[in-house]
Design a protein around this ligand. Structure first.
Ligand code: SAM
Length: 277
């Protein structure tokens, strides 16, 4: 995968992308990241990239010319072709007004060959960039950041770890929070299949939050690791993990339960939790 990041702060990314899996993926050649300094595409003496908004109002707006000129040089497939889903490329404008970035969107982006991130600043980016250059606007949450750089780094990290070979144990990315292995519409049979698909004691999240993890020591400051995990009984461990994931999802993200794949036993467990929990 090739990732281009268009920003007025290219140095920002030295750090976020230089550690762990993201760094290793670059070293392995799974992803190539190129940083583009927008100021290099501003031609006045002060390398100005912002201007006052037409119609008045607060703050400054990122000008369209440097962004368009920068993208011209990247030789991206035309927007209409990208929009028609014929191209495995996407130009992403980071924006608080964008569609919410989620794990399924990360998976969608991980299947592409080229991603271009346009990081906004000031009060935002001249709307012609959204209208004519970007094929999607993405938001990382309902809050306002000062710029798109953190959002771009966050999205890239979530995408890169889904690239085949990026994570040492690829199976682990299949069982994490928000990941549905069997698909939302698979019904109970799929829920069973997904549960049984690990020959070990792990279980796919099937749309739930991840289950709790413990490691050595088994007893730490009087806090014991739950007994079920020490039994060696894979089925018991799997059931325990699934129930804890259900409890945590009900407590922290009840909205996820609607789309989760649950067996009848799990639905009963959930009903009991709601009635007596
Ligand atoms: N006036 C804008 C609004 O109210 O939606 C906020 C602009 S913000 C100060 C500057 C830039 O930060 C945006 O152009 C965008 O690139 C980035 N940004 C801010 N919040 C973001 C979010 N939640 N997700 C993605 N990018 C964000």
């Amino acid at each position: 995968m090739k990732a281009d990041i268009v920003t007025i702060f290219p140095d920002f990314f030295h750090g976020p992308l230089d550690y762990g899996i993201t760094r290793r993926a670059q070293e392995m050649g799974l992803v190539t990241v190129r940083l583009h300094d927008l100021r290099e595409f501003a031609h006045d003496r002060h390398r100005t990239v912002d201007d006052r908004p037409f119609g008045g109002g607060e703050g400054m707006v990122l000008k369209p010319e440097p962004v368009f000129e920068c993208l011209d040089g990247l030789h991206i497939i035309p927007r209409e072709e990208r929009m028609a889903a014929r191209a495995r490329q996407s130009v992403i404008l980071l924006s608080a007004q964008g569609r919410r970035f989620t794990q399924p969107v990360a998976a969608e982006l991980a299947a592409l060959e080229r991603l271009v991130f346009i990081c906004g600043r000031y009060e935002g980016v001249d709307e012609r960039v959204a209208d004519c250059l970007a094929d999607r606007e993405l938001s990382i949450g309902d809050y306002v950041l000062s710029g798109g750089e953190l959002a771009a780094a966050l999205i890239l990290e979530a995408v890169v770890r889904l690239l085949p070979g990026a994570v040492g144990n690829q199976a682990s990315t299949q069982q994490e929070s928000f990941t549905s292995r069997a698909g939302k519409d698979g019904g109970e049979q799929n829920a069973h299949q997904a549960d049984a698909s690990g020959a070990d004691s792990t279980c796919g999240s099937n749309g739930l939050l991840d289950y709790p993890h413990y490691t050595r020591p088994a007893l730490f400051r009087g806090l014991a690791v739950p007994g079920a995990l020490l039994t060696g009984n894979h089925e018991e461990i799997r059931r325990w993990r699934r129930q804890r994931a259900l409890e945590k999802t009900l407590r922290n993200r009840p909205d996820l339960l609607e789309g989760a794949l649950l067996t009848e036993e799990e639905r009963d467990f959930l009903a009991d939790l709601k009635n007596y929990g």
